[in-house]
Design a protein around this ligand. Structure first.
Ligand SMILES: Cc1cc2nc3c(=O)[nH]c(=O)nc-3n(C[C@H](O)[C@H](O)[C@H](O)COP(=O)(O)OP(=O)(O)OC[C@H]3O[C@@H](n4cnc5c(N)ncnc54)[C@H](O)[C@@H]3O)c2cc1C
Length: 330
């Protein structure tokens, strides 16, 4: 058995019998899976192995980036195994604006469209022109347009109809040259007439202050999604909790920060069997010492149960949890 601890940022102790690296599309197309299950892994920053995994672990090592432009757009074709933050840095260095708010998000480019990564008022979805993938049933190369990816909040077709059916090999981005910077969100609003480099640096600074570095403390970023509830439900909650924050989603829906709900219930800083609810950011669970998969699951379930009992809201986990052979849904 091979160790998986270094392959997922939560860092729990887990093992797998087969770990296979793919550095060419031909290898993916030719590979015959000999186990009952497999999981594709980028940098494991949104995946937690909660125990030994008995399928094949496929590691994405596809590399390469090609930049081109015309009078209106930049076009970037990026192999899916490239590091996301390196892409953002390269864009900023080349004076290409659009991704600067998404600096320092861990992970690979190939995983970015799967959960439509987002931060500081920006999501990657609108910049995705198309996604290329190997269809694992037919072993053929297919392309899906960005508009067919059904991007939503931390969501896309890759979490539904194409879940576990494709190996994403390349993401093709189109970034308009006249794209406006977005500084309305949180502390970015303190910047006056910032360049894309100023925004990039500020985002890095804020993230380094607020979020635990997975290299120091195991974590997978936001453990839960921010729930979206009806305005009616929100108004009822507001009568009981006047300080409850919200962000409008549509005329009849609002998003509520899951971190606020968890914090209000007193979980921030709490430790259970080596798993901690981060003292600065209640949405992040961390592996502070000798955490185990079952301790993490128990802690997350307790949070879900108490949020449900107190607020009538069902939290969904954003992180992909893996058990012996299957994905786990809490
Ligand atoms: C400290 C920290 C901060 C974070 N902040 C943010 C944030 O601000 N915003 C945000 O949106 N996310 C954030 N995340 C979550 C994470 O960075 C993203 O989800 C990222 O896109 C995951 O990339 P990865 O390569 O590590 O994916 P992995 O964890 O390796 O994989 C994630 C899922 O995608 C599948 N997958 C991966 N690659 C492929 C492929 N090539 N083809 C098909 N399926 C594939 C996997 O099977 C798995 O189900 C954060 C995580 C951490 C640890």
């Amino acid at each position: 058995m091979h160790s998986l601890s270094q392959l997922h940022t939560f860092g729990l102790v887990a093992h797998a019998p087969f770990i296979i690296e793919f550095n060419a599309i031909q290898h993916i197309m030719a590979h015959q899976c000999h186990q009952d299950a497999f999981v594709i892994l980028g940098e494991g920053s949104n995946t937690v192995f909660t125990e030994d995994y008995y399928g094949e672990v496929w590691i994405n090592k596809l590399h390469g980036m090609v930049f081109s432009e015309d009078t209106t757009n930049h076009y970037i074709k990026v192999a899916s195994g490239e590091n996301w933050h390196s892409l953002v840095t390269t864009c900023v260095e080349r004076g290409i604006g659009g991704f600067e708010n998404l600096a320092l998000i861990p992970g690979t480019v190939g995983a970015a469209p799967i959960q439509n990564i987002g931060a500081y008022g920006i999501e990657v979805g609108p910049y995705v022109d198309s996604v290329e993938y190997v269809d694992l049933a037919t072993r053929t190369i297919q392309t899906i347009s960005g508009s067919d990816c059904a991007f939503g909040y931390r969501d896309s077709i890759f979490k539904h109809a194409l879940k576990d059916k494709v190996f994403i090999t390349k993401v093709n981005f189109t970034i308009p040259k006249l794209v406006a910077t977005v500084t309305s969100y949180g502390e970015l609003a303190t910047l006056t007439s910032p360049s894309i480099f100023d925004i990039y640096e500020k985002v890095i600074q804020i993230r380094q202050q607020k979020l635990p570095d997975p290299k120091q403390i195991g974590n997978a970023g936001s453990f839960f999604k921010n729930p979206v509830i009806s305005t009616q439900h929100f108004t009822a909650l507001q009568a009981r909790f006047p300080a409850i924050p919200s962000f409008p989603v549509s005329d009849d829906l609002v998003k509520v920060p899951a971190g606020w709900l968890i914090d209000t219930l007193g979980f921030k800083g709490k430790i259970m069997d080596g798993i901690q609810c981060h003292p600065q950011q209640a949405l992040v669970l961390t592996n502070i010492a000798t955490g185990t998969g079952s301790a993490l699951i128990n802690f997350a379930r307790q949070i879900i149960a108490e949020v449900s009992a107190q607020f009538g809201i069902t939290l969904e986990h954003e992180v992909q949890l893996l058990g012996r052979i299957n994905r786990i849904t809490l």
